[in-house]
Write a protein of this length. Structure first.
Length: 269
């Protein structure tokens, strides 16, 4: 049976530090620490749960959940991220597709994607680049209706079972929940940050109750954390895959200069 040996969640942007250099430095150091902690666990593969910013999955086709099944990926290159190829893990991804299908989830399979910053920004802190293969799993928060928090939780529980029951013995898996925290994009409230919402999410993660995010409705998350705040479902999924563990806040900044709440939590796996 496989084993989840690492789980953390992190925001996934970095912009110019000039407007808030001290905050930016704390964010950078927090992301660096998360990457170092993951590498220390010596995983064989990273499963990163993220949103896609309509570069690969656009309005022409809108799967609720989509998993990358390529052997290699080349980053899109947004946010100045170098377009250096990194390894995928086709067999791992396809095994998750098969297991989840038996459990009632139909994961769309993506072959020719160029991952954007939602995947590649957190990956830049996992050194050396590309050494550990990565499988991207996208939760489509851009579609209406988007996957509900309870549906995301059910998928996380299924993925956990897939790793423990269907993967080879001694396979070590790291999970990253990518995105968030509160931000409003191209809708009323754009530019706002909700420290209250962000702290609520962080407190649930740290207390070992990240799964309780699923008790919120999509509408509640939208109201309290913005449309970008829906990415906290990725955090919830990463936490739910290591039930019974508490977490530690590595960083949090209400980064109004970047129009978003920025945070990172590592679970005590």
């Amino acid at each position: 049976m496989g084993k989840i040996v690492s789980s953390h969640s992190t925001s996934h942007i970095l912009f110019s530090p000039q407007a808030a250099p001290d905050q930016a430095e704390r964010i950078y150091q927090g992301m660096k620490e998360l990457g170092e902690l993951l590498v220390e666990k010596e995983p064989d593969v990273i499963l990163m749960i993220a949103s896609e910013h309509m570069f690969n999955i656009d309005l022409s086709i809108q799967p609720p959940f989509c998993i990358g099944v390529s052997d290699h990926y080349t980053p899109l290159g947004d946010l100045g991220i170098p377009q250096r190829e990194f390894r995928g893990y086709r067999e791992f991804a396809e095994s998750l597709v098969g297991y989840t299908a038996e459990a009632g989830f139909d994961l769309a399979m993506a072959e020719g994607i160029a991952p954007d910053h939602g995947i590649t920004l957190p990956l830049t802190f996992v050194k050396p680049w590309g050494k550990i293969p990565l499988v991207p799993l996208y939760v489509n928060i851009n579609m209406t209706p988007s996957p509900t928090p309870s549906r995301c939780l059910a998928l996380a529980n299924t993925l956990k079972r897939a790793i423990e029951e269907a993967r080879p013995e001694h396979e070590r898996v790291a999970v990253i929940g990518s995105g968030g925290l509160s931000h409003w994009l191209n809708i009323p409230g754009a530019g706002e940050v909700s420290e209250q919402f962000d702290q609520k999410i962080i407190d649930l993660m740290v207390s070992g109750n990240g799964h309780q995010i699923a008790e919120m409705s999509t509408e509640e998350i939208l109201e309290q954390g913005g449309n970008g705040g829906l990415e906290v479902m990725n955090w919830m999924m990463a936490a739910a895959m290591v039930p019974g563990t508490r977490g530690r806040k590595v960083f949090y900044e209400p980064m109004t200069a970047w129009l978003t709440g920025m945070g990172g939590v590592v679970m005590d796996v």
